[in-house]
Design a protein. Structure first.
Length: 263
C-alpha cells in the first residue's frame, strides 16, 4: 500500500489555517537573520507565498524565486499583491531547477520536514547558493509540542487516530537540524527557538481555520462521523477560552542558519 502523504491543494484554505502562523514565525525569523538588502533569494517550498511575501516586503531583495510542487499553491502565490516582483515556478526541493551559485540566500520556511531526504534537500540549497551565502530554515517542533494544531492532534490520538505527519518529522527537532547543518559543512551555524501565538474570536473560528487544509483535513477524514462532535468537545477542553470566549493558541518553531564555505 502506498504511503499516505500530506497534500496542499487549496491556497486559500492554507492561508486561513497556516499562512497566518507562517508569517508570524517568519517575521521573527527574518529579524533574526537580519539580511542586507539586494540579495537574490530562493524560497524553497514556498507554498502559497506566505513567507515569500515577507521576503519581498521586508528585505528589499534583488530577486526572489519561489519553488513549490503544488500548482494550486503557486496559483495563489502569484496573485498575492504583497509578493509582486517574486517569480514562482513548479519544482522539487531535491532537484532545484537552477544553476549552481545562482542565489545569495536560500530558505525553507516550514518545509524541511516535508522533504523526503532532508540531507539531499540541504545539498541542493547549498548547490544553488554562492560561497559565503546563507542557508536557513525554520520548522515547527512537531515532536516537541510546537505544532499550532497540537491540541487537535493530541485529541485525535486519544481517539486512536494517528495524525498524518510529514515524512521527515524527526528533522524538526533542534538537535537534528543542528546536526544536519553541521554535517553538511556549513559554517557559522546558529539556531534559536521561535515562539508565537494566535488568538481566535471563539472555538468555531479556531476549528474552521485549523482543520481545512493539508494533514489535518486528511486525518479528520479517518474519524468516524459519529465521533466528530465528541472530538471537537475534547479539543475545546484543551483550549480554555477567556471571559469573552476568545481562544489563544501557542506554537514553537526551531530555526537554523549557516553559511556556505568560501572557496
Amino acid at each position: 500500500m502506498a504511503q499516505e502523504t500530506i497534500r496542499f491543494d487549496d491556497g486559500e484554505a492554507y492561508e486561513r489555517g497556516m499562512g497566518v502562523w507562517s508569517r508570524r514565525a517568519g517575521e521573527i525569523f527574518l529579524d533574526w537573520l537580519a539580511p542586507p538588502p539586494g540579495l537574490a533569494w530562493i524560497d524553497i517550498g514556498c507554498g502559497n507565498g506566505a513567507f515569500t511575501e515577507l521576503l519581498v516586503q521586508r528585505t528589499a531583495p534583488g530577486e526572489v524565486q519561489g519553488v513549490d510542487p503544488s500548482d494550486a499553491q503557486l496559483r495563489f502565490a502569484r496573485e498575492r499583491p504583497g509578493a509582486e516582483g517574486a517569480t514562482f515556478r513548479e519544482g522539487d526541493a531535491m532537484a532545484l531547477p537552477f544553476e549552481a551559485g545562482r542565489f545569495d540566500a536560500a530558505v525553507m520556511a516550514l518545509v524541511i520536514f516535508f522533504v523526503p531526504e532532508p540531507a539531499k534537500g540541504l545539498a541542493e540549497m547549498m548547490r544553488v547558493v554562492r560561497p559565503g551565502g546563507v542557508i536557513s530554515a525554520y520548522a515547527w517542533d512537531m515532536l516537541g509540542g510546537g505544532f499550532p494544531f497540537d491540541a487537535i492532534q493530541a485529541e485525535l490520538r486519544s481517539f486512536g487516530v494517528a495524525p498524518l505527519l510529514p515524512p521527515s518529522v524527526g528533522i524538526s527537532r533542534m538537535p537534528a537540524l543542528h546536526e544536519l547543518w553541521m554535517s553538511a559543512g556549513l559554517e557559522a551555524v546558529e539556531s534559536r527557538e521561535i515562539a508565537v501565538e494566535r488568538s481566535f474570536a471563539d472555538f468555531a473560528e479556531f476549528w474552521s481555520a485549523s482543520t481545512s487544509t493539508g494533514g489535518m483535513r486528511a486525518t479528520l477524514a479517518k474519524v468516524a462521523p459519529g465521533d466528530h462532535e465528541r472530538l471537537k468537545v475534547g479539543v475545546a477542553a484543551r483550549l480554555p477560552a477567556d471571559a469573552s470566549g476568545r481562544i489563544t493558541c501557542h506554537a514553537r518553531a526551531n530555526a537554523i542558519k549557516g553559511r556556505v564555505p568560501l572557496l
